[in-house]
Design a protein around this ligand. Structure first.
Ligand code: ADP
Ligand code: ADP
Length: 225
C-alpha cells in the first residue's frame, strides 16, 4: 500500500505532447482507472509512474519520496503490460520466481511466495506448465502473479486484458478487483473502455490529448449522451 502523488507531469516526444501538466493524488489502497481514447496519453502516464519513461517536467512521489529519476527496478511499483511477455523457455513457476531469484532469496521462501502468488490468481496447480500451452487469460494471470510476487506497493496495469474476448475480460476484471481489495494494493488501471472503468474504479481519470479532462468517482463521471 502506498500513496502516489503526481505533480504537474508532462512528456513530449519531439513536437508531440503525450501528457500535459497532469496532477493527481492516489490514496492508499485506491483503484484509479486512466480512461481515454487511443493516443490520449494513458500509457505514457502509466509508464512514467513505473519509471519506463522520464517526464519532461514535473515530479512523481510515492509515500512522499521523490522517485522521478529512479529506474523501474528501484521503484516500489509492479507493471503488467498488455502483452504479457512471459519467458517461453521457463515454466510458470520459474517465470514467477525469476525476480525473487535475482534478489537471492532462500529457496524455501521463493517456493512459498510463488505458490501464494499462483493461488492468488487461481492457478495453484499450474507451476510446472509451459507458458505457451496456457490460454491467453491464464497467461495474463501468470503475468499478474509475476508482478505481485515482488510485493509492489503500487500495481500498474496497462490494458492487461485488451487482447482477450469480452466474457473473459469481464471475468478477469472481477478477479483483479477482488485481488486488489484483498491485498489493499494501490492500483492504476489503464483502459479505453468506459464500461471497464465504470465497473472497476474507485475514481476515474479521463484523459484527452494528454490533459486530464475529468477526475471523479464513477457515479460522478460525465458521460457523453
Ligand atoms: P494511449 O495510451 O492513451 O493510447 P499513449 O500514451 O500511447 O496514448 O500516446 C500518447 C501520444 O504520445 C500519442 O500521440 C502517441 O503517438 C505519442 N507517443 C507515445 N509514445 C511515443 C514514443 N515513444 N515516441 C513518439 N511518440 C509517442
Ligand atoms: P518487469 O518485471 O520489469 O515488468 P518483465 O518481468 O515483464 O519486466 O520482464 C523483464 C524484462 O525482460 C523486460 O525488459 C522484458 O521486456 C524482458 N522480457 C520479458 N519476457 C521476455 C521474453 N520472452 N524474451 C525476451 N525478453 C523478455
Amino acid at each position: 500500500m502506498a500513496r502516489l502523488t503526481i505533480k504537474g507531469i508532462s512528456k513530449s516526444f519531439g513536437a508531440t505532447y503525450a501528457v500535459r501538466d497532469v496532477s493527481l493524488d492516489v490514496e492508499d489502497g485506491e483503484l484509479v482507472c486512466l480512461l481515454g481514447p487511443s493516443g490520449s496519453g494513458k500509457s505514457t502516464l502509466l509508464r512514467m509512474i513505473g519509471g519506463f519513461e522520464r517526464p519532461t517536467a514535473g515530479s512523481i512521489l510515492i509515500d512522499a519520496k521523490d522517485v522521478t529519476s529512479l529506474p523501474p527496478e528501484k521503484r516500489p511499483t509492479g507493471m503488467v503490460f498488455q502483452s504479457h511477455a512471459l519467458w517461453t523457455h521457463m515454466d510458470v513457476f520459474n517465470n514467477i520466481a525469476f525476480g525473487l531469484k535475482l534478489r537471492r532469496l532462500p529457496k524455501a521462501e521463493i517456493k512459498e511466495r510463488v505458490e501464494q502468488a499462483l493461488a492468488l490468481v487461481g492457478l495453484a496447480d499450474y507451476g510446472r506448465r509451459i507458458t505457451t500451452q496456457l490460454s491467453g487469460g491464464q497467461q495474463q494471470r501468470v503475468a499478474l502473479a509475476r508482478s505481485l510476487v515482488l510485493e509492489p506497493k503500487i500495481l500498474l496495469l496497462d490494458e492487461p486484458f485488451a487482447s482477450l474476448d469480452q466474457h473473459l475480460r469481464e471475468r478477469l476484471r472481477e478477479e483483479v478487483r477482488d485481488i486488489q481489495q484483498r491485498l489493499g494494493i494501490t492500483t492504476l488501471f489503464v483502459t479505453h473502455g468506459q464500461d471497464e472503468a465504470l465497473a472497476l474504479a474507485d475514481r476515474i481519470v479521463v484523459l484527452r490529448d494528454g490533459y486530464t479532462e475529468q477526475i471523479a468517482p464513477p457515479d460522478r463521471i460525465y458521460r457523453e449522451p
